[in-house]
Each structure stands twice: as structure tokens, then as C-alpha cells.
Design a protein around this ligand. Structure first.
Ligand code: PBG
Length: 323
């Protein structure tokens, strides 16, 4: 019998470490988010998200060609309309920014899986995720418009829709309208467990979707709760969600792990803008090694149980993995 267990035997060289590594990052699991804006020739860096840009449709196509070349497989599209209005009408208009972008992408025959975000906050003057009545988002009116948004995205050619609004009953409403219109094969990835997080701040700069009054605590989950998150997941699966998402990722690894254990659908995790910005800021200051920290963060999200990761590091990861 040996005196003690020698763990260092399996840590001795890069070869043996590679051989026994349990979790590995792969581009197969990565979804890269993109923000589409009106006009032409726009490529505008977001100051709180270095190396990340708002893109007009023409520039988006160029970007997607590069993304395809890099070996990425899937993208998640957000849109900023030419004009916001009270009813957020661009989000469900067949001529809306996302609908036009998706059509253009499909015309270019790129080998990329196109997922579209479904929410109203980029489209309403209030910056809220739905229609406001008496200072409060009207749930049932909003889900009618969200389902119209999903349908028009899919009619334009979207491969999958991802509702991020956190209204009750929206997965069911979207599933029904898609099925009624012949799109029963189009999957829904639900932002089922989306927390009322302060980590979204840089995205709200990027998507110009900061609420003009109040906050999103009336619909997003309170960060102290996990049982509510599990109920949300269960409900969304019953309503027809094919993939469920936890968002943000890093401060919610316990949620990812629990959800993975409990449910038998793929689990996605959104490595959000604030998580990206922190690493970028740290590395700009010379305090952190961007590549090492970002890869460790993504690996942690995967080890916790995420099958898919949505991350602004997507393009960098492709370069780091050398594909
Ligand atoms: C809502 C939406 C948000 C994000 C994705 N979809 C912002 C919010 O809820 O305020 C955040 C993404 C990120 O921070 O990276 N449409």
C-alpha cells in the first residue's frame, strides 16, 4: 500500500494532462451574438465592449463570412430599429431590421445556424421588454406581439428563435403560432432562467435598450432564487422549449449545474456582456491574461454543465483554438 495518493503522476506533462482532461472547449458548442443596426457601412465599436461592434446589414454579411471561415457554427442576432415606437413595431414587421438581415444572410448561403433573439426592449421607446400599460408591462398583450415577432423571423428564414423577454406564457404562444403556420420543425431556445442582473449593462449600451424608467425586476428572476429558476425551466419545457438557457453564466454556475442534473434537454449558458467587459478591462490594464482567463471562464461554464455557450469571445476562441 502506498503511503499517500500521488495525484501528481497524472499532472506531470502536457501529454498526460491532455489525455485525462474531462472537459474541453469546442467551437461546435459556441454561439456568437451579433447586433444589427440600420444604414450602410456601419461598424461601430461599443466602448464598454472592446473589439465588439454594431454592424449594418452589409457589414454583417462580411463579418459572417469571416465567422464562417473561422469555423464558428452558430450566431444569435439582435436588432436595433431605425425608429423605436411605443408598440415596438419594428420587432414584428416583416420589413424589420432582423427580418431583413436574416433574408440577406440566407441569400448568401452561409453555412451558419441563424438564431434570432425575441424581445421588445430594443424596439420600444420605453426600453422595456413589452407594452406598457399604467407603468407596468402588460404580459398578455406583449406575448401576442412577441409571437408575431418570432413568426416573422422564421418566415424570413431564421433557423431557431430565442425569446429573452421573460414574460409568462411566451414559449407556449410562440410554439403555437409557429406550429399553426407550418413551422413545427423550428426549435425554440428559451431564456428560461434569466436573472435581473447588473452584468447586462454593457449590452444595454450596445443594443441601446436601457429602460427609460424603472428596471426589469418585475419579470427577470431575483438573483437570490434558484427554486424559481427550476420552476421556470420546467414550465418552459412543458410549453415547448427545446433548449433552455441560464443567463448570466459566471455568477450562476450552481443554476447551470442543477438544471443540467434535473432536466433532459440541452442547456445553454449566456456568458454576458458584463462578464466579457470585466475580462477585457482587466487585460487592458495588464492585470489579467485575456486568453487564459476567458478560456478558463468558458471551460468553467462548460464543466458546470452547459451544452452550449453564447459568448462575445466566440471569434477570439476560434483563433485561440486554432481552427
Ligand atoms: C433582452 C436581452 C438582454 C440581453 C440579451 N437579451 C438585456 C436585458 O435583459 O436587459 C443581455 C445580453 C448581455 O448582457 O450580454 N433583449
Amino acid at each position: 500500500m502506498e503511503k499517500f495518493k500521488r495525484f501528481r503522476r497524472l499532472r506531470k506533462s502536457p501529454l498526460i494532462r491532455d489525455l485525462i482532461r474531462e472537459t474541453k472547449l469546442s467551437l461546435d458548442d459556441i454561439i456568437y451574438p451579433l447586433i444589427v443596426v440600420p444604414d450602410k457601412k456601419v461598424k461601430k465599436e461599443i466602448s464598454s465592449m472592446p473589439d465588439y461592434y454594431q454592424l449594418s446589414i452589409d457589414m454583417l454579411i462580411e463579418e459572417l463570412k469571416e465567422i464562417e471561415q473561422l469555423g464558428l457554427k452558430a450566431v444569435l442576432l439582435f436588432g436595433i430599429p431605425e425608429k423605436k415606437d411605443e408598440m415596438g413595431s419594428d420587432c414584428y414587421s416583416p420589413q424589420g431590421i432582423i427580418q431583413r438581415a436574416v433574408k440577406e444572410i440566407k441569400k448568401n448561403n452561409l453555412n451558419l445556424y441563424v438564431i434570432t433573439d425575441i424581445c421588445m426592449c430594443e424596439y420600444t421607446i420605453s426600453g422595456h421588454c413589452g407594452i406598457i400599460k399604467d407603468g407596468y408591462i402588460d404580459n398578455d398583450e406583449t406575448i401576442k406581439l412577441l409571437s408575431k415577432s418570432a413568426l416573422t423571423h422564421v418566415q424570413a428564414g431564421a433557423d431557431m428563435v430565442a425569446p429573452s423577454d421573460m414574460m409568462d406564457g411566451r414559449v407556449k404562444a410562440i410554439r403555437e403560432i409557429l406550429d399553426e403556420n407550418g413551422f413545427s420543425e423550428t426549435p425554440i431556445m428559451s431564456y428560461a432562467m434569466k436573472y435581473a442582473s447588473s452584468f447586462y449593462a454593457p449590452f444595454r449600451d450596445a443594443a441601446e435598450s436601457t429602460p427609460q424608467f424603472g428596471d426589469r425586476k418585475s419579470h427577470q428572476i431575483d438573483p437570490g432564487n434558484i427554486r424559481q429558476a427550476l420552476l421556470e425551466a420546467e414550465t418552459d419545457i412543458q410549453e415547448g422549449a427545446d433548449i433552455i438557457m441560464v443567463k448570466p453564466a459566471i455568477a450562476y454556475l450552481d443554476v447551470i449545474s442543477k438544471v443540467k442534473e434535473k432536466f433532459n434537454v440541452p442547456v445553454a449558458a449566456y456568458n454576458v456582456s458584463g462578464e466579457y467587459a470585466m475580462v477585457k478591462a482587466g487585460s487592458k490594464n495588464g492585470w489579467l491574461n485575456e486568453k487564459a482567463v476567458a478560456m478558463e471562464m468558458l471551460l468553467g461554464i462548460k464543466r458546470a454543465g452547459a451544452d452550449l455557450i453564447i459568448t462575445y469571445f466566440g471569434k477570439s476562441l476560434a483563433k485561440w483554438l486554432g481552427k
